[in-house]
Write a protein that binds this ligand. Structure first.
Ligand SMILES: [Zn+2]
Length: 79
């Protein structure tokens, strides 16, 4: 049952505006990335949170400890 609700959440995420396709640096696969907060995306392939970095091309970087701390400070356990 947990899996079904996960799927529903995922579908909900896909219907929201902020999804993108790109290479996730965590799993190095092309994946759909779902925006969780501004500039931060979650890879639907490996589940890792990444930070969108635009510098000529868009990259999805692995989070550094400072990024994780920032997310946690700002959004707590909600995401
Ligand atoms: Zn990934």
């Amino acid at each position: 049952m947990a899996k079904l609700s996960d799927k529903k959440i995922l579908i909900k995420a896909f219907n929201s505006i902020d999804t993108d396709q790109g290479i996730c640096e965590n799993c190095e696969e092309e994946s759909i990335l779902v925006g969780i907060v501004t500039d931060y995306y979650r890879c639907t392939n490996c589940g890792a949170d990444t930070r969108q970095h635009i510098n000529g091309c868009i990259r999805y970087l692995q989070l550094e400890e400072s990024d994780k701390k920032w997310l946690k400070d700002k959004y707590g356990e909600k995401i």
